[in-house]
Design a protein around this ligand. Structure first.
Ligand SMILES: Cc1ncc(COP(=O)(O)O)c(C=O)c1O
Length: 438
């Protein structure tokens, strides 16, 4: 017989251990990780013990306009009470159309002054990437995709074929189709040169329909692509009739100090993938493409869409996104991210590396990473220890990068200078403790 257990008497992590599949929530045997989130507001999170934390992750970059932004929450609540589900590709609701128009306005209309954008709504980020990959195949007839070392595009079977890190693909490779080709991520002079050689060769040898790039790699370790290299990629795509797809799922909506990170390079991609900060907390993502390109790719439907899903363009997500976009614009969050990011980088650059270690701060806007190396080696274990200790001090912070040795600063864009300073001060103290390790 099913019975409701009184929540407060059951330990959440014990329940997860027993009833959630393995390999999802990591529960540290020593009890130092994770905390159980109870509520969040603005830049803060409270755990189930009532402890307060400064969130330097924006919960994977989602809470750009602050956790539980009152206007966004109200929009979601009102919509939930009115219409909490419509029919994806059959009987639509008004907000889906309005959000598609807003996404066109903040992307292609801003970028070109003439063209509009057309949207395919999806639920999570990887689906937006997969919609973009399908668009490229339909538009060009070619299946090959050039992606980049360190790339993270999500873990669905389509996106996984472009995600680089072996640990995600290896266990599933028997079911994966090989259409991704990885080339060096162009974040240094040498890498740009190697990347250009390899991309040129791939276009000569393979049937390439798309180049898929994060203008700033997030999970890859906050690595910024050279702007000239992105422009070169745009040109070589045009020359070869391939699509340039920018994955802005992490960087979008002000995170990098611009509405979208491709704007730093003054490049207009054929398709852009959006998610995370779009709604501020509801699983809704979007593949937005230049209308000409989208119309070339996607045929008119005759009653049955060839790409859709049950929850496509969810009304609650659309209501939240519309309000969230207004908040980002009204509070000028991209400009705020730029200013705060400069301040943060300057503070991080003042840190002195512990003896035997090296520190390197890098990033744009409020997408900043502090890389920690011991000699030439990534100081991964030290980073894990720092994360756990920062949590004890009241800061939620995550490592990025393949080796997990980049301390990521991805806070809500509403964070203040004193709050950033307090985080850097705590981090400095943690770093100073590493001295005794050698
Ligand atoms: C650049 C990028 N693309 C795609 C994804 C996948 O998004 P999701 O986890 O919502 O599927 C992520 C997630 O971190 C991401 O950072």
């Amino acid at each position: 017989m099913l019975c409701a257990l009184p929540d407060e008497t059951v330990n959440t992590l014990d329940l997860l251990r027993e009833y959630e599949s393995r390999n999802i929530t990591y529960v540290d045997p020593a009890g130092e990780w994770p905390i159980v989130w109870e509520r969040a507001q603005g830049v803060h999170v409270w755990d189930d013990q009532g402890r307060k934390y400064l969130d330097l992750t924006a919960a994977f970059g989602v809470a750009a306009a602050g956790h539980a932004n009152p206007k966004v929450v109200k929009a979601g609540q009102d919509q939930l009470a009115k219409l909490c589900h419509a029919m994806g590709d059959v009987h639509p609701h008004r907000l889906k159309a309005q959000l598609a128009r807003e996404l066109s306005r903040c992307t292609y209309e801003r970028w070109t002054g003439t063209n509009t954008g057309k949207t395919i709504f999806c639920n999570s980020g990887f689906e937006a990437v997969e919609a973009a990959l399908k668009t490229a195949l339909l538009a060009t007839g070619e299946s090959g995709v050039i992606a980049f070392e360190g790339a993270y595009h999500g873990l669905g079977y389509g996106a996984l074929s472009a995600t680089h890190r072996g640990m995600f693909r290896e266990p599933f490779k028997k079911q994966l189709k090989r259409f991704g080709h990885w080339v060096p991520f162009p974040d240094s002079k040498t890498a740009v040169r190697l990347m250009r050689d390899q991309v040129t060769r791939l276009f000569g040898e393979k049937k390439i329909g798309a180049v898929l790039i994060e203008p700033i790699q997030g999970r890859g370790g906050i690595r910024v692509a050279d702007h000239g290299a992105i422009r070169w990629l745009s040109q070589i795509c045009k020359k070869n009739r391939a699509l340039l797809i920018c994955d802005e799922i992490y960087t979008g909506f002000g995170r990098s100090g611009r509405w979208f990170a491709c704007e730093h390079a003054r490049v207009t991609p054929d398709v852009v993938c959006l998610g995370k900060a779009l709604t501020g907390g509801f699983p809704l993502s979007a593949c937005v493409g230049d209308a000409h390109c989208m119309d070339k790719a996607w045929p008119q439907a005759n009653g049955e869409a060839i790409h859709t899903s049950t929850f496509l363009g969810h009304p609650v997500g659309c209501a939240m996104a519309l309000e969230n976009l207004k908040e980002i614009a009204r509070r000028k969050l991209p400009a705020r991210a730029e200013a705060m990011g400069k301040f943060l980088l300057a503070e991080l650059n003042k840190l002195s590396a512990p003896v035997g270690y090296r520190l390197k701060a890098c990033g744009y806007g409020l997408m900043v990473g502090l890389e920690l190396t011991r000699g030439e080696e990534p100081a991964s274990d030290e980073c894990v220890r720092i994360m756990k200790n920062m949590l004890k001090r009241g800061f939620v912070i995550l490592p990025e990068g393949d080796a997990g040795n980049v301390i990521g600063f991805i806070p809500p864009l509403t964070i203040s200078q004193p709050q950033l300073k307090s985080a850097v001060r705590a981090l400095a103290e943690e770093l100073s403790l590493l001295r005794g390790d050698l």
